[in-house]
Structures are given as structure tokens and as C-alpha cells.
Design a protein around this ligand. Sequence first.
Ligand code: GLN
Ligand code: ZN
Length: 740
Amino acid sequence: MTIAANLGYPRIGPHRELKFALEAFWAGTASEAELQATAVRLRTASRALQQGAGINHIPSGDFALYDHVLETAAALGTFSAEGEGPLPLASLFRLARGAGDTPALEMTKWFDTNYHYLVPRLSAGQRFHLAANPWADAVREGLAQHCRTRPVLLGPVSFLMLAKSADGTNPLALLPALLPAYAAALRGIAEAGAAWVQIDEPCLATDLPAGAAEAFETAYRSLAEAAPGLCLLLCTYFGGLRENLPLAFGLPVQGVHLDLVRDPGQLALALALARRDQTLSLGLVDGRNVWRTDLRAALNLAGRAAGHRLMVAPSCSLLHVPHGLRGETALDPALRRRLAFAEEKLGEVVALARALDEGEAAIAALLRESDAVAAERRAEAPPPALAPEPPPRTAYATRAALQQVRLNLPPLPTTTIGSFPQTAEIRATRAALARGTLDEAGYEAAMRGHIAEAVRWQEELGIDVPVHGEFERNDMAKYFGERLAGFAFTRNGWVQSYGSRCVAPPIIWRDVARPEPMTVRWSAYAQSLTGRPMKGMLTGPVTLLQWSFVRDDLPRETVCRQIAEAIRAEVLDLEAAGIPIVQIDEPAFREGLPLRATDRAGYLRWAVACFRLCSSGVRDETQIHTHMCYSEFADIIEAIAAMDADVISIETARSRMELLEAFTGFAWPSGIGPGVWDIHSPRIPSAAEMADLLRLALRHLPADRVWANPDCGLKTRGWGEVRPALENLVRAAEAVRAEL
Ligand code: GLN
Ligand code: ZN
């Protein structure tokens, strides 16, 4: 019999119950018992939902109060001495969020998703022990409600590979110290009554460093011995295993899960490698996107595995998609028909498993629906032909000279990254417009008031390149998505980003186009108030793509090109309206990098081409800026340079200009604004401090190409910080200028 399995379910709750419970607990208005009660309610509801849908292998232990990597590390005794018992919740949250002088653990992206995990820091002497067994507890919790679950553990090799070394030693060397804790966890899980355990090793879908293959062999030999009665499902996702396929199937595990959405082609080799006693778990339902599964196509693929022991599952945990479509009544019906969120995906998994056992006739009605949607999508007009790639801009030196004639800026020009505080008043104004208690004209007047005020004090302070302040933007992606054709927004499509933070990504479902200008009237109004060069602000195509659920019937590259065409039109309209400088933000540029090194050049090629497409239509005299938030640049510096912006601003304050080295080592060809104010901290930096950072930057870069600016936008800061800090920034620039 084919097993319908799930790998993990969204934790935040259909109405973000976990978010609100966490925030109430942190605010001190709810007790730990109340928080835990909410967590139990959410787990119970999600088990019941999955059971009701007909899932045979229901995951447990996939829940986490804050983050599953952190909570795995805690259970394995990473943060406590042997005999101390489970880590208290207060300590867990201190690690997650910092407190007083204790900084939080570093947070980083979970593979190529928008989920962020906390990075355990390990050093050579690190000891482990089973401080708690949340997986066994989860099995018992399920059994108490007559639900036998399959606990999910982050596997030992991926756990170590995802950790960071605190002392330069290789975390994989800690495997022998770590394995006894895993063995104890598995024994506890078996005793609790589980039959299968799912061990996630997503790192198997990445390029393995030296020693990792041996680590897998050692680890799984020892796990298999630890609990001989327990069936181990080695679970991989976010890509194909490629050269790691033989390694995976050679391990002493009873099952292997493959992501057949990202890499259907790997099934053929997997079928040849799977031992007769091994179960193949087919990841046929996309856990990373919101589209309804083409059931017939999935069945055709699965049919090739006939004769094997099979499970059907989503490609990865459903953590990365919204809970369900139930409340999405406002969506265009043509779009809604095409969607499947977590709850609907469960139904697809069950239907596929059933059809494999009983034949297609058993799910005839569902197949008809799925076929109809697939046909509808296929019948849509082909996307408009893409314009040929425009020629590159004139050489930087030529344009820079012309821009300088027009802009007449001093060395170390001062500017900001675009947004100013989104105050309660501004949010209330937006809410009033949405509610209808304020009309368009009233809203327009209010926003103009904020802009006028911002321009006035930027002039007062002496900011060389002012901005309008982005007051009218709820969010840097949403604002544009709402004004572009082809994007749709959900009411409740929340996906966890980290801890209690969620995002509701837009859905790109049709050809992207710009029906009318999106930002021009705000920027033009701001420019009309000052003789200084106003900087127009746009979100770049790669970032808009990265932060959305993207249609899967076109290559991502094509969708990105469509967005780039739309942004290009906006850039040209800004230019025509007399805006001399346009900044195109690409904070998510690096996020799009594929997990495998061999795939990266392809991505970088089209990502760079899209940026150039939107930025290269302007005259030489128009200056193009871009901005990227904190990220490593060293390995992609050539691509960043190929974007051919006149100025790039980056986050460098916290690293004290260390990140600049990637640029200076490369002989960076154009302008650069290394952030001198760490805007993530409420601290107001002094002029002397910022001047020092500017001097540091000038050791590496010529003064006529360095800008003075904060690390990032100021929307999350208060005016009480912004005004004095910017005043100090201007003074710092003046002081260093005087030394030139
Ligand atoms: N212009 C945007 C802002 O200032 C940039 C934000 C970002 O990089 N994330 O808010
Ligand atoms: Zn930023």
C-alpha cells in the first residue's frame, strides 16, 4: 500500500496564533503555561487536520516555539551541561532574541527559503547530551489522542553543517561527540511508540565539503544500530541529490525521500539504486510554491516507480507555504482555482497515493478538476516576446563626469537609503484610507505633508542628496506588487520568516506589466520643493521576484525580465520628470543564488541582465544607485560590478568596513556608499565615530567615489534617533572632507 506522508506542517497557526501567543509572553501579558497551551492547541489541530485529510504518516516534532534548529540544538544539550535537564524557555528565548548584553545567536537563511534559522556556534570542546526528547514527547502527545505520528529530526550531519565554528575547527569533527545524543533520542522515540522516524538531511542536496560523505556513513551506521526496531526515513529536499544519490541509497536506512519537484530527473537513478527493502518517498507536491499540483503529470512520474515500496509526500515541509485557502474569498476565482496551500496540498498527497493503489478512476473527479486547471493554464496566451537586451551604458568614467557636471556634489556626498520612520500616524493614515474613512485626496494631502516636512529638514541638515521618505509605502515589495499587473495578494497567506515574524508574499500569476507610473508623482513633488538633486526610489526586479510566490509555468528568468521591463519604464518616467538620481534596491539579490555552485553562474547572468535592463535606459547624466543589505559580496563581486550601477550602498557599519574588502580587493570601478550608521541598533552614533568609519573607507577607496550614508532604510527607527544621527552624519562627512 502506498503511504500518504507529510514532512512538516506550518507552525504559526491559521490565524498566526503562535505569533500572538509569543508576543504576549514576551510582553509579560501571558504566562509560560498559556504559551504552551496555545502550542498544544495548534499541534492538536494540525494533527487532526492531517488525520482528517487521510495522511498516514503525520509528522510530529516539526513544531518549534521559535526555530527548529535552535530547539534541536537545545535538546541535544548544546547549551547546557549534562544533568541540567531541559533548557528553560527563558534561556531559549535569550539565545533567539538576545537580552541585555547577551547578543542573540546569528540568524541566517534556511537554504534558499525565506525562513531564517538560528545558527548554533560550536567549538572543538563542545559536548552534547540528550537534555530533552521533544520528539518522543511529540509521539506521546499524538498517541494520547490516538494519532501515531512520525517524528522529524534534523539529521546529525546537516545539523553540524548548518552550525558555525566559533574557533575555526570543522564542526563535522564533532560528529563522534554528537552521535550518542542522537542515539539516545532515537531510543526514546522507539520507546514512545513510533514506527518510523524522519531524519532530515537537506545538506545532501548541496555540494558536500570534504569529509561529509564519510560523516554520513558513520552517522547512519550508528543511528541504525541505536534503535534497530525503528524505520529510518532519510529525508532530502530543496533540490536533487545528483552525485550524492549513491551515497544516500547506500546508507542503512529503510526509506529515502526525494524532492521530485525541483528534480524529477533524479527518479530514474534512484529507482536503480533503491534496495528492494527500501521505501521511496516521492516528493511530488510542491512544498515551496502555492500552485495546485498537476495530478496527472505527478501520477505519470510516480508510475515509473511501480513495483517499489512507495510513499507520496510534498517535496519538503509545508512550513514554507501559507496554511490554507479557506479564507481567501477575495482572490480572483481564476487564480484561486490554481492554488493549493498547505491544507489543500495534503489532499493532493492523499489523492496521489490513492490513485497509485487503486488506479486513476479512484480520483476521477479530482483528476478532472486538475486537468481542467492545467488546460486553462496551458491555453493562456503565450507571454509577450521579450525585448532584445539593450546595449550597455556608456563607460562609467564618461557618465560619472557628466553626472558630476549636472549634480555638482561635494566629495563624500551625504544621502540616506530611502525610507524615513513609518510612524503610528502614517500607519493610521493608511489604515483610514483602506477603511474608507479618509478619501484619496485626504491621503494624498497627508503624504505630501510628510514629504514636504522631510525635504525641509533634510535641507536644513545639509543632506546633499535628499529623498522623499517612502512614507506612502507599506512595504518595499508590496507597494510595487500592488501597482503592477500580474501580482495578486492574499488576505491571510502568512508564512513564517523567523520566530514570530511572518510575511505574506505576493503571488505572481500572470504577465507582469506596469499600467501606469508608480512612484513618479511622489518623487516629482519632492523634487519640486528643493534645488538639491532628489533621489527616486524603486525596488529592483530580482528582489520583487525573490519575495513573491512565482508562477511555475515560465522560467523565473522570464518572469524577472517582465518585472525588469516594468521597472525600466518607471525609471525612464522618473528621469523624464526631472529626477536626476534613481536608486534601484536589490537587497534580495544574493538570496536568489542557487544552492549548487554549478548553477550559480546561470542565475547571476540573468539576475545581472535584469538589473541592467531596468537601469540602462537612462541618459549618461542620470545617476543610478543600488542598495544591498548585509551580505557577503566576495564570491559574487564580479556580478555586482557587472550590474554597472553608478553607486552601490551597502551595510558596513557593524563589520567596521570589513565588508568593503571584497570591493577594494576587486578594484571596485564606481561609486560606493559604505554604511556608517548601524540602523539595526537604537544607538545614535556620534559624528566622531562615523567620521572614523569614513576615514577607514578612504584607506581603500578614492574620495571622489565614496558616499556617506546609513547602512539601510530608516523606516523602523524613530524620529528621535533619525534626526540627531543624520545631523552627526553630515558633520562627520564635513569633518572628513576638510581633511582631504
Ligand atoms: N529603500 C529601502 C528603504 O530605505 C531599502 C530597504 C532595504 O534595503 N531593505 O527602506
Ligand atoms: Zn538595506
